[in-house]
Design a protein. Structure first.
Length: 116
């Protein structure tokens, strides 16, 4: 049962963070193709690791993570209001290059697949 609750809260936090990212005016975030890949919440729901990826690559994701860390208080406040949790988890943003790696794999597969 606890696994279901943490999964549900992870998805709720993910949706709330996506919503607030759209509102941020920081140039390191605005106009970038950012994706929140997943949110991992600790068992006691006190910490949440937010994985951020950018279509432009890992460097852009790292810059976005810096901006998100600067806006962490604002984001946490928004998440708290959106989810009505008794205690809102501490948010830790992590740059992830999964999208970039996926695009490289897709490109390799396209090159090695015979065309008909």
């Amino acid at each position: 049962m606890a696994g279901y609750k943490s999964e549900r809260i992870s998805e709720d936090i993910k949706r709330a963070v996506i919503t607030v990212i759209r509102e941020l005016k920081d140039p390191r975030i605005a106009g970038k193709m950012l994706t929140i890949l997943r949110v991992d919440v600790s068992g006691d729901l006190s910490y949440a690791k937010v994985y951020v990826s950018a279509l432009e690559g890992l460097d852009t994701a790292k810059q976005a993570v810096k901006a998100l860390k600067n806006a962490e208080g604002y984001i946490k406040n928004h998440v708290s209001k959106a989810l009505h949790l008794r205690k809102t988890p501490e948010l830790h943003f992590v740059a992830d290059n999964s999208i970039e790696q996926g695009m490289k794999i897709d490109e390799l597969l396209r090159k090695n697949t015979p065309h008909e």
